[in-house]
Design a protein around this ligand. Structure first.
Ligand SMILES: [Zn+2]
Ligand SMILES: [Zn+2]
Length: 143
């Protein structure tokens, strides 16, 4: 559950993936901000620290990290792609009020259906939507 930049760097070394300083900053951002950011959020988040970083570099870095298996792409909404540094199977809960995405542990591997006999499954996702406890509390307070 605990993701360390050091471990990821070792994994990259094993896979012979070399990251430039800019690309390293993108990886670091994902480790420090485990909130499933979009390309836009990463770009804005790093802009002060790395002013030369372009959105294309962020995008390309995420692609190579995804290829290397260090980052997972999640599409909860069709129109937004988010990036997840946690690559083991887990569920996502999206709060429709504050738009935060929460991770939760669920045994996705054990989910199966007889209707899918003969199908090859490449990816399994569990998405829940609703209102998070923080927003429920804020709503109650403002009443
Ligand atoms: Zn919320
Ligand atoms: Zn996640």
């Amino acid at each position: 559950m605990d993701i360390k930049l050091e471990d990821l760097l070792n994994e990259l070394k094993l896979k012979k993936v070399r990251l430039s300083h800019q690309r390293l900053k993108v990886l670091e951002y994902l480790v420090l901000n485990q909130c499933h950011p979009t390309v836009e959020q990463i770009y804005i988040g790093l802009h002060n620290e790395v002013p030369t970083l372009s959105k294309t570099t962020v995008y390309n870095t995420l692609n190579s990290l995804t290829d290397a298996g260090l980052v997972r792409v999640i599409n909860i909404e069709d129109n937004e792609t988010r990036y997840d540094i946690r690559t083991e199977n887990h569920g996502h809960f999206k709060c429709e009020s504050c738009k935060s995405i929460y991770d939760f542990n669920i045994d996705i591997d054990s989910l199966d259906s007889h209707d899918l006999k003969g199908f090859t499954i490449d990816d399994k996702n569990v998405y829940f939507k609703g209102i998070c406890p923080k927003c429920i509390q804020n709503k109650n307070l403002s009443k």
